[in-house]
Ligand binder design. Structure first.
Ligand code: FAD
Ligand code: SF4
Length: 333
């Protein structure tokens, strides 16, 4: 690992003042479960590291009757275990409790989860100069791409966004509050993610001198669930994830305001518009959930080794919908 100067400010304003307006030389550090890995592999080589662990106000969860607010420095384990979050947003808490293993969840934070770098093995290999490291080509396009994107149209880099909290939060209509040199700004979390194409891009739309302060989620008593298809049950990322949220859809009520967001299939969390339309105003039945699953996979353009993910999308969406509607989990019987 390259030597670096370590800063530990006690306010978010001090942290932002220490950042630079280009990526690379100065990096924010939260739990370190991703950044330190990248440093050890010489993929990230900052000469200045700004830890947010001394900013007490950055961690914490507040839930009132209108909204939940989760500080960027909140540990994943705290999100997974929080009783009020679990009552309103089981999709989020399930997603948090499936991440990595206990060590990762006890160190990793919400901000780090949303801003973590992608897991493409070419990107993570110090010696492979792909597009995101200033090179001229994407090695995954005609290489080992079984864990890469299937919604690839118009993409030069075919990573999948690695966050499993992001699809759940976007389905729930979350927003994100950001601090930069000009003060605070807010955006929908759905607009926070970005499809990178070169070494100056990140997987999100933050500027290099901005940081995530907190995420807000409206409390509206909607049904919600997240279903992940995983090869390994721990210490790995899902192959495919579907997060859903809707009003009604239970006890004979039609589902409205349907949100279906896919994870691990595109460079950004993928909003499955066709599936949302297919289900809007309908009952959540086995047949309608199956049709929504098929619609969610529409438009996929898989790579040479990952067409198998299309079927996984169909299954994940169907199961997430049935779970949210409180129906029998036939796959567990
Ligand atoms: C074996 C393993 C399995 C995993 N499985 C999953 C999984 O299934 N699903 C999943 O979602 N994740 C998974 N992860 C990733 C894990 O969730 C992340 O490593 C963790 O959330 C990162 O949080 P951190 O606080 O440690 O971030 P750090 O490593 O400290 O930082 C990560 C990045 O975020 C930036 N950052 C941190 N905080 C902020 C902030 N407030 N504002 C702006 N930028 C910030 C840092 O600069 C850095 O670029 C796994 C990790 C491992 C090692
Ligand atoms: S998918 Fe992206 S990160 Fe992976 S090799 Fe291609 S350009 Fe690099």
């Amino acid at each position: 690992m390259k030597n670096f100067t370590y800063f530990r400010p006690t306010t978010a304003e001090q942290a932002v003042a220490l950042l630079e307006n280009r990526w690379g030389n100065t990096e924010l550090l939260a739990g370190g479960t991703d950044l330190h890995d990248l440093q050890k592999e010489y993929v990230a080589q900052p000469s200045r590291v700004v830890s947010v662990t001394g900013i007490g106000a950055l961690a914490g969860i507040r839930v009132d009757e209108k909204q939940a607010t989760i500080g960027a420095g909140t540990k994943l384990a705290a999100i997974a275990e929080h009783a009020d979050l679990r009552r309103h947003f089981p999709s989020l808490c399930e997603a948090a409790s499936d991440i990595g293993g206990p060590q990762i969840r006890n160190m990793g934070t919400l901000g780090g989860n949303l801003c973590q770098r992608n897991r493409c093995w070419y990107f993570r290999d110090e010696h492979t100069p792909c597009l995101l490291k200033g090179g001229q080509r994407c090695y995954a396009l005609d290489g080992e791409n079984k864990y890469h994107a299937i919604f690839t149209q118009g993409r030069q880099c075919v990573i999948v966004n690695p966050s499993t909290l992001a699809p759940a939060l976007i389905a729930l209509g979350a927003g994100v509050n950001i601090l930069g040199p000009k003060g605070r700004r807010s955006t929908d979390l759905a607009k926070f993610f970005f499809s990178p194409a070169n070494a100056n891009d990140r997987e999100h739309t933050l500027a290099a001198n901005e940081m995530v302060l907190e995420v807000t989620i409206p409390v509206r008593n909607w049904a919600n669930a997240s279903y992940e298809v995983r090869q390994k049950l721990s210490y790995d990322w899902p192959l495919v994830q579907a997060a859903v949220a809707f009003q009604g859809g239970r006890n004979g009520a039609k589902a409205t305001g349907v949100r279906i967001v896919l994870g691990h299939v595109a460079p950004t969390p993928h909003i499955a518009e066709a599936a949302m339309k297919a289900l809007e105003g309908r009952d959540i039945t086995d047949a309608n959930a199956t049709a929504a699953g098929r619609a969610a996979a529409e438009g996929a353009k898989p790579l040479s080794q990952n067409a198998y993910k299309i079927r996984l999308v169909e299954v994940a969406v169907k199961r997430a919908l049935l779970m949210a509607a409180g129906m029998k989990r036939y796959w567990e019987m």
